[in-house]
Design a protein around this ligand. Sequence first.
Ligand SMILES: *Cc1c(COP(=O)(O)O)cnc(C)c1O
Length: 379
Amino acid sequence: MPAAPGPDHEIAIPPALIPRDGRFGSGPSKVRDEAVAALAAVAHTYLGTSHRQEGVRSVVRRVREGLRELFALPDGYEVVLGNGGSTLFWDAAAFGLVERRSSHLVLGEFSSKFAAVTAAAPHLADPEVERTDPGAAPRLIAAPAGDVYAYPHNETSTGVMVPLHRPAEGDPLVVVDATSAAGGLRASARAYDVYYFAPQKCFASDGGLWVACCSPAAVERIERIRASGRWTPPTLDLGIALENSRQDQTYNTPALATLFLLAHQVEWMLGQGGLEWAARRCDRAAEIVYGWADAHEYATPFVAETAYRSHVTATIDFDDRVDAAAVARTLRAHGIVDVEPYRKLGRNQLRVALFPAIEPDDLVTLTRAVDHVIACLVG
Ligand SMILES: *Cc1c(COP(=O)(O)O)cnc(C)c1O
């Protein structure tokens, strides 16, 4: 039986207000048509071939070398990768990066999940946790007690970006969750020891992989913990991942399409001008969406302080006169998808990805579509 028609079912968005590409989700996110076409073109020679042979290993090499260039990694930094996404990397880090205790900045759902992993690990001391209310200016730890200092570059659940920083005191490994930031925000390698991410956000590929840019200190930590004989499940063993990555392989079979789309996106970014180009494009996207919200009668950026408003995932609150869920439903019915807020945040909000693959012009059109829907809903 069809759903009972509510007022939002009757709203029609005129074709001129429909973006050319309607994918604005914060992950999985828009995959560029050019990358999909390039994948289709190599389908018979690449897909379904052995990941231990040169064909696939050359793609892993392109990923590793491309990321090294994109992030201007200094000598001694290594690009390590494996299966399982950023969520698996938290488990692997609890085994292979944290020696005794970690310190965490928790700003929302994703950063809290890593802190929960180390809190539950029986071989580690209870983590030090500094919590910030969702959307507020991040509280930092000046002198972390842990040997790992973990924070997100962008907390995707709230749209807060954290400036990359090393603590003023102590010498912990700085381990940054860059899942939604990497490739869209500026990042100096000197500020981190581990910068890890997954390819389904700024890198416009699919999920299931994790990638970590590791400093010499991080590599040394991985090797030292490994030599200490700590029991580690092999799939979570960063030492094994490091050995395989050095040979342009993964420990077990990776998703070949994901690797290909990632390589394609990295090379697209490099061809356009690299990370600075991508970051400027995200700045422009942020200007469009926050500028629109700031000027809006019903909308306000969720993050009050402009310095912390994410340039990769924008969160926009609406006042009581607008039902944001109804707006998102109407957009979805027209093929404009995934602008719902992070479910557990529970706000009257829309969240819009500003990733490099997303055309700024499409964001302009999106804001017009939202205005149109609001005008119809509010009357
Ligand atoms: C998406 C996201 C994750 C989870 O990534 P998976 O690849 O799904 O495990 C972790 N941290 C942040 C900041 C994210 O945006």
